[in-house]
Design a binder for this molecule. Structure first.
Ligand SMILES: Nc1nc2c(ncn2[C@@H]2O[C@H](COP(=O)(O)OP(=O)(O)OP(=O)(O)O)[C@@H](O)[C@H]2O)c(=O)[nH]1
Ligand SMILES: [Mg+2]
Length: 304
């Protein structure tokens, strides 16, 4: 009797890169089929390399969501975010997904993305947001421009929002994964980050939703305390750092109304995520020009 040979197990890292707002985090969540990374219509939402682990039949796909690559950086935070994203590609990736929107790339964009090829990792071009209306032939022209400059290993037209093309992308990624004697992370583990990281992110997501203009970008969230006691709600204390007194005034609002709303919305999101009750305290502090301050970036967890 002959045994059917089983395919070798595969596991590896796939870095998801692209300009801010291209839909990287939405794509990571779509591939994982659950919400891991926060998403907002405003650019520069993601500020960390965030690992999402997907266990499949015969494979483990380790997805790395990254901060959007900006053309020019204006401060040390933006410099740091660029380094974080590029490191994910250069140090960790077995494959790269370049997520682009339905717009023709300019020379600078092509050059910048071209530098990702130096990683040696195969690059898949994911043309996202195809659910949005586009003139006839537009996607083909965009793909042609990227294909000429980057020679991607594969191209997928997709919508992270509707899910169109996501399975096709996943199949292409799994095919690119290296063989591995065993999974890289324990089966069933979703990320390498702890609950307190995601709690801070959920508060940031509410800030992106509730406040306009510079406020979301000028705010950092630090979890000061996270205490679990059996039979009691978790005790969570969050500190929001802004850059100027005026921003603090906006976050707090008249008679504390804005902060109360932020508190209530954040608590709801946090309890849903944790699957248990929590008590949340939010404090707002000013740390002048923290985005230009390397010590602050370190303290807030943006720098190793
Ligand atoms: N119509 C449409 N919108 C999308 C799609 N994918 C993402 N979006 C929207 O695009 C916006 C940005 O999505 P994100 O996933 O936060 O983008 P990102 O690339 O992670 O952005 P940064 O973290 O800022 O770099 C959100 O409003 C998403 O809902 C898509 O396929 N179609
Ligand atoms: Mg993001």
């Amino acid at each position: 009797m002959t045994e059917t040979p089983t395919a070798p197990f595969k596991a590896g890292f796939v870095a998801i890169l692209g300009r801010p707002n291209a839909g990287k985090s939405t794509l990571v969540n779509a591939l994982l089929k659950q919400k891991l990374s926060i998403v907002s219509p405003k650019p520069q939402t993601t500020r960390h390399k965030i690992l999402g682990i997907l266990d499949g039949e015969g494979f483990q796909l380790c997805l790395l969501d990254t901060p959007g690559l900006l053309g020019d950086s204006k401060d040390k935070l933006q410099d740091t975010l660029r380094v974080t994203a590029k490191r994910a590609a250069h140090d960790d990736a077995d494959a790269i997904v370049l997520v682009v929107e339905s717009t023709l790339p300019d020379e600078k964009t092509l050059q910048e993305f071209g530098s990702l090829l130096r990683t040696g990792a195969p690059l898949i071009l994911a043309v996202n947001k195809i659910d949005l209306p586009a003139s006839p032939g537009k996607h083909d022209n965009i793909i042609k421009a990227y294909e000429t400059a980057l020679k991607p290993a594969a191209v997928v037209k997709m919508s992270a929002l509707t899910g169109a093309g996501v399975d096709e992308l996943m199949a292409k990624l799994v095919a690119l994964l290296p063989e591995s004697p065993e999974p890289l992370y324990e089966k069933g583990q979703l990320s390498d980050r702890y609950e307190r990281f995601f709690v801070a992110e959920l508060i940031r997501e509410q800030i992106f939703d509730q406040f306009q203009e510079e406020i979301p970008h000028a705010t950092a969230v630090v979890i000061e305390a996270f205490k679990e006691k059996s039979g009691q709600p978790d005790q969570i204390a969050a500190l929001l750092y802004v850059e100027r007194d005026g921003q603090k005034g906006i976050l707090v609002g008249q008679k504390g109304k804005a902060l109360k709303e932020l508190h209530d919305r954040s608590l709801k999101a946090i309890e849903e995520f944790l699957g248990r009750e929590a008590d949340l305290e939010i404090w707002v502090k000013v740390r002048h020009n923290w985005r230009k301050d390397l010590n602050a970036l370190k303290e807030f967890g943006y720098l190793p």
